[in-house]
Design a protein around this ligand. Structure first.
Ligand code: HEM
Length: 411
């Protein structure tokens, strides 16, 4: 069930709140903890203890530790807190099938290998010109429509959605329906019944897609998976497709929109990038580090008692990685709070680490490199169309970013 995390129990809202005027800095509460040490006992919204990891090396160690489970819903303690209809869905075999981001080895390993076999250099190379076309089509449409637009609606959200259509092989005539259904599913804080309904509709759509590829394979990831592993069931293929959609859409969209906002708010960095477009690949890594849009997670559950940086964490505990703070650990980065597009290729945890490290990171990089390059090239004089303080931030969402980004540009 793709909607699980947004409904699962969270830390109190103060852990996510950004300081007014500092939309790109980690939430003050997380940063304050980070200044005190690398691992912290905190209290979840329902009063249960959890542990927040803010140190870079400690975060990396947790993400590489086989005693840390990605299957949050194996824990009876966590399951007991969910609304019953959601609990039923999350434990139901068909709902769980293929959703390998929540599985541990060796179950996870099987899917991961199958998928790695599809995310090949050849497929990424084939997708690059399509990404380019999708990006330029959306910029053309924006330019044709006038002198201002909401960059989120006109560009950041549709581009990654169409790239996933390419990846999965969604037919052109079905793409509007696909985009509409997936945007419902990604809609903020929808009530459980609406999310379950949207997820059922998307599952039905994906079933149609899976059946079409079984009947008539084409040159896409879904057909490739069916060919490589004919034993995969419809439920597994639906689960895999939904995972790719959920993991690849909102993340990339928010990097594009929040990344643009950050560049506009750092005019010297933006000028450097405009002057030397060959900086874009490093700039993308720096934006990933600096913005760290996965801002409360990845989340793990301890399978046994563990000790991290001298802190004892009992079995069956929730461990939350603070990627924003870990990616600004002064032990690992010089001037960590500075956005420096010319920083030599910083390594970072924005794509996670360990066996679950982002499967789509090469594709995401292509989307961001092409997206930012074309955006800056085609929209000279790009600027915000409202005061920066009024840009609506996604502080309360699982993936940080902006709800909208009104911009204008020179004719
Ligand atoms: C996993 C971030 C784009 C597919 C992850 C994880 C992170 C992440 C932090 C690790 C989760 C964990 O350890 O629990 C991002 C960011 C992106 C991005 C910041 C954009 C800038 C994409 C794209 C795709 C994708 C474009 C696919 C089209 C996946 C999948 C996993 C994953 C399938 C699960 C891998 C596994 O469990 O083995 N991503 N992601 N991601 N990502 Fe991404």
């Amino acid at each position: 069930a793709p909607s699980q995390d947004r409904l699962a129990l969270r830390l109190p809202a103060e852990y996510n709140e950004r300081t007014p005027g500092c939309p790109f800095d980690p939430a003050a509460h997380q940063a304050e903890l980070g200044a005190q040490g690398p691992v912290h006992q905190v209290t979840m919204g329902d009063g249960d203890p959890a542990w927040l990891v803010t140190g870079h090396d400690e975060a990396r160690a947790v993400l590489a530790d086989p005693r840390m489970s990605s299957d949050r819903f194996r824990s009876r303690r966590v399951l007991a807190k969910l609304p019953p209809e959601l609990r039923a869905r999350l434990t139901d075999e068909s709902g769980r099938a293929g959703n390998f981001i929540t599985m541990d080895p060796p179950e996870h390993t099987r899917y991961r290998k199958l998928l790695t076999g599809q995310f090949t250099v050849r497929r990424m190379r084939q997708l690059t010109p399509r990404v380019h076309e999708i990006v330029t089509q959306h910029l053309d449409a924006m330019i044709a429509s006038g002198r201002s637009a909401d960059l989120v609606r006109a560009f950041a959200l549709p581009v990654p959605s169409l790239v996933i259509c390419e990846l999965l092989g969604v037919a052109y005539e079905d793409r509007a329906e696909f985009q509409e259904r997936s945007s419902t599913l990604l809609r903020l804080n929808a009530p459980t019944d609406e999310l379950l309904k949207a997820s059922d509709e998307l599952r039905a759509f994906m079933l149609g897609l899976v059946r079409a590829k079984r009947a008539e394979p084409t040159d896409d990831l879904l057909s490739g998976l069916i060919e490589a592993a004919p034993e995969l069931t419809d439920d597994e293929l639906i689960g895999i497709s939904l995972l790719l959609l959920i993991a690849g859409h909102e993340t990339t969209a928010n990097m594009l929109a929040l990344g643009t906002f950050a560049l506009l708010e750092h005019p010297e960095e933006l000028a450097k990038l405009r002057a030397d477009p060959s900086l874009v690949e490093g700039a993308v890594e720096e934006l990933l580090r600096y913005l760290s849009i996965v801002h409360l997670g990845p989340i793990r559950t301890t399978l046994e008692d563990v000790e991290i940086a001298g802190v004892a964490i009992p079995a069956d505990s929730t461990v939350i990685i603070s990627v924003p703070v870990a990616n600004r650990d002064p032990r690992n980065y010089h001037h960590p709070d500075t956005l420096d597009v010319a920083r030599p290729r910083p390594s970072h945890l924005a794509f996670g680490h360990g066996v679950h490290q982002c499967l789509g990171q090469q594709l995401a990089r292509v989307e961001m490199v092409v997206g930012f390059t074309e955006l800056l090239k085609r929209l000279p004089g790009l600027k915000l169309d409202l005061p920066a303080a009024e840009v609506p931030l996604r502080s309360d969402m699982l993936v940080y970013g902006v709800h909208s980004l009104p911009v204008t540009w020179d004719a």
